[in-house]
Design a protein around this ligand. Structure first.
Ligand code: ARG
Length: 469
């Protein structure tokens, strides 16, 4: 489909040509025309028209013959757009105008009945809802794909462990599987949010007309059923002006983008020489044009950066919506570019991150070395004292003093623990490499048994979500 922009003002014939004596200015056309981006809705637009004329037939506003002629014309237009052979005309300001104009050229007087009882206002809302429903489902599929990758990585990670962080300071050791699944659970909430948003997308506005319904005996339930919508609008003014579903989808996509950004940020840290926890596969990293030694985590950085763009789409569109009076206003045409771009951006980021994660390799030794700092077991030592009757606040202070003395250079931490009256050799054994992580045993904790149970819960949750898609 090419040539949308190379038509002149002279050959234009607007949908409203009867009312106007002069044609539109070039500036108006340039600002007003949306075909360059809304042509992406052509399948939905044609599906909406098929449903609409099916309803017109059933309520007697179209006869069988006319219906057959228009159906054939719609099929032909779809094929012409599919194969790029469609020719653009001057007045094709948007996809709805293009399809109707071409149908009328092919079908003649029967084609001129296509728009009976319909406005582009209910039409565009219908198209965009159909597109959004399909796109959210697609994004859910890719998100589940990334979750499956994280799950497989968690299973492969076995008993590997790394330092867990707070404030980006080493805190307590956790299993690598635990860390990976933390991202997986955030994605599970994204999946839930996207599926939930989809239920509010799944409402047909077709039959609302321009704003007030119709004097003709339309049956919005029939067209809604034909399009597979779950429900039908209740108020025609609301039906044509409601873009909550766009704002909500943009939010769900933005938060998903923020989660992907967080994964990206960790990969960037982990791939640095300072951490050295992961090595990226060549296929998912880039080099430097000047520095031969470099291997850069560009995908992770792009994932981090794209979140800004997604948040921009959300806040920008909310600003567009605020203060619009009922019902349709042309401002609403600005719903499509941010939504299309947000879906494209999230989809691409999910795929690229998935590839990056499934091909990277972990350096389990570097991770363990970070986690085996003696101070990482400080909380375990305090809890060891608690188990033997010391109030936690006192236990915290006892261990804290030893940390301070060790950091001041008095002696290695383990030696101080061994010779401390309340602690001694049994307590010092907790400092041994790999010991601390095994002590995290409670529900949802980062130790081996708890993580084993968590992996099972995650698998179950994924299967449930898979079934909801
Ligand atoms: N291109 C328009 C949009 O995207 C279609 C609806 C136009 N309606 C109108 N009354 N001008 O919103």
């Amino acid at each position: 489909m090419t040539g949308a922009t190379d038509r002149g003002p002279t050959d234009r014939r607007e949908l409203w040509h009867g009312r106007f004596s002069g044609g539109p200015s070039e500036a108006l056309q340039a600002l007003n025309d949306s075909l360059s981006f809304d042509r992406r809705l052509y399948r939905e637009d044609i599906a909406g028209s098929r449903a609409h004329i099916g309803m017109l037939l059933e309520v007697g506003l179209l006869d069988e013959e006319e219906h057959g002629v228009v159906v054939a014309a719609l099929d032909q237009v779809e094929a012409e757009i599919d194969d790029g052979s469609i020719a653009f005309a001057g007045g094709d300001e948007d996809i709805h105008t293009l399809v109707e104009r071409r149908v009328t050229e092919i079908a003649g007087p029967a084609g001129a009945k296509l728009h009976t009882g319909r406005s582009r206002n209910d039409q565009v809302a219908t198209d965009l809802r159909l597109w959004t429903k399909r796109s959210l489902t697609d994004v859910v599929g890719h998100t589940l794909g990334l979750q499956a990758t994280l799950l497989a990585m968690a299973e492969r990670a076995g008993d590997a462990y790394l330092p867990g962080y707070t404030h980006l300071q080493q805190a307590q050791p956790v299993l690598l599987a635990h860390h990976l699944l933390a991202h997986g659970w955030a994605l599970a909430r994204d999946v839930d949010r996207l599926i939930d948003a989809r239920t509010r997308v799944d409402v047909s506005p077709l039959g609302a007309g321009a704003l007030a319904g119709s004097s003709l005996p339309l049956d919005p339930h029939r067209s809604a059923d034909a399009l597979g919508f779950e429900s039908v609008f209740d108020n025609s003014l609301d039906a044509v002006s409601d873009r909550d579903f766009v704002a909500e989808s943009l939010f769900a996509l933005s938060l998903l983008g923020v989660h992907l950004s967080r994964i990206g940020e960790e990969l960037i840290l982990w791939a640095s020489s300072e951490f050295g926890f992961v090595t990226l596969d060549d296929a998912f990293s880039t080099g430097s044009s000047m520095m031969p030694q470099k291997k850069n985590p560009d995908i992770a950085e792009l994932a981090r950066g794209k979140a800004g763009r997604l948040i921009g789409h959300l806040t920008g569109f909310l600003a567009t919506l605020k203060g619009l009076p009922l019902a349709y206003n042309k401002d609403l045409q600005g719903d499509k570019e941010p939504l299309f771009d947000a879906v494209d951006t999230v989809r691409l980021t999910l795929l690229a991150l998935d590839g990056m994660l499934s091909t990277l390799s972990f350096d389990h030794q570097a991770m363990a070395a970070g986690a085996d700092s003696p101070y990482a077991a400080a909380t375990d030592l305090a809890e060891w004292l608690v188990e033997r009757g010391t109030p936690f606040r006192d236990a915290h202070a006892v261990v804290g003093v030893l940390v301070r003395r060790s950091l001041a250079g008095e002696a290695p931490f383990a030696d101080l623990v061994r010779s401390e009256a309340d602690l001694g050799p049994d307590a010092a054994a907790l400092i041994a490499p790999g010991a601390s992580v095994t002590r995290r045993v409670t529900h949802g904790a980062g130790g081996p048994d708890a993580v084993g149970a968590q992996i099972e819960r995650f698998r179950t949750r994924m299967a449930l979500d898979q079934a909801r898609v």
